[in-house]
Design a protein around this ligand. Structure first.
Ligand code: NAD
Length: 285
């Protein structure tokens, strides 16, 4: 029976550490890490995420500023706002909550954020730094996954790692982070011909497809580490991951639950990046 990795406990510990570091930064440099979150439109899931981010900031002693804009906001107005936040000395991290309304270019918005303040790690500059092995801000969800592995003392070097999903926010950056830690990495996606054959090879398996319970016990190897990134709401209201938890837990060595696994780590990493951004504001990078 697998050990269930307690993301909540790990995230709580990291946030407590960050709170202490923030306190020290305030005492030593007079700097309070500040995060600006921009929400365009009324997407209900985004409203919930933004509230969680505000609460996490408050708990850690960070400044948070949420800017709520109507769905009809023009791209030009949003870019102008980003420019003013780039110049705002109280704000060290800027996050534009996705998804954005269709008339706004996600690329234009992402690239308008000063890379030092890009705490989502989505700016091509930060993606490029990750690619070249010298990262600044790392994408929060994959960075959170790496923390879960490290704080559970799960080795990465030399391991056969298989990722299901190749998105820019999870699969691809996770592959780079695992590669940097000397795993042998395979990325699977919708056109992968024999998915089960690939996943069965995995000592470290990461499911990030957004398909409820698609990873079944016969797709994993005995003693695998199974990290479930998926967050799927079923018609009956239940929240499930991409992994069929009970049957895979019977076969895996470690497994993450949904909720309470990867999801809770993402905000902790956002705070970590914001603290790092606050340090960028006085320490040349
Ligand atoms: P996405 O839709 O952008 O990408 C999904 C990827 O999975 C694609 O590359 C696709 O090729 C692949 N895929 C889909 N179905 C597949 C299949 N049947 N077989 C093989 N590959 C398949 O999604 P995303 O934004 O990367 O998110 C993935 C999941 O992770 C979602 O459930 C999302 O809610 C969740 N997520 C969680 C967090 C978190 O904080 N825990 C953050 C981001 C995303």
């Amino acid at each position: 029976m697998a050990i269930v990795i307690d993301g909540k406990a790990i995230s709580r510990k990291i946030r407590a550490e960050l709170k202490e570091e923030a306190l020290r930064l305030k005492e030593e440099k007079g700097i309070v890490p500040g995060l600006a979150v921009i929400l365009v439109g009324e997407d209900p899931a985004s409203q919930v995420y933004v509230r969680h981010k505000e609460n996490a900031c408050a708990e850690a002693g960070f400044l948070s500023r949420t800017i709520r804009l109507p769905a009809a906001t023009t791209e030009q107005a949003l870019l102008k706002l980003l420019q003013s936040l780039n110049d705002d000395r109280q704000i060290h991290g800027i996050l534009v909550q996705l998804p954005l309304p269709g008339h706004i270019s996600v690329d234009a918005v992402t690239e308008a954020i000063d890379p030092r303040k890009d705490v989502d790690g989505f700016h091509p500059f930060n993606v490029g730094r990750l690619f070249s092995g010298n990262p600044w801000h790392k994408a929060c969800t994959p960075a959170g996954i790496m923390e879960l592995l490290d704080r559970s003392a799960i080795g990465i070097e030399g391991k056969e790692a298989v990722i299901v999903g190749r998105s820019n926010i999870v699969g691809k950056p996770l592959a780079l982070m695992l590669l940097a830690r000397h795993a042998t990495v395979t990325i699977c996606h919708t056109r992968t011909r024999n998915l089960a054959e690939a996943t069965r090879r995995a000592e470290l398996l990461f499911a990030a497809a957004g398909k409820p319970e698609m990873i079944r016990a016969d797709m994993i190897r005995d003693g695998a580490v199974v990290i479930d990134v998926g967050i799927n709401r079923l018609a009956d209201g239940r929240l499930v991951g991409d992994v069929a938890f009970a049957e895979c837990a019977a076969k895996a060595a470690y497994i993450t639950p949904v909720p309470g696994g990867v999801g809770v780590m993402t905000i902790a990493m956002l705070l970590k990046n914001t603290l790092q951004a606050a340090r960028f504001s006085y320490r040349p990078v």
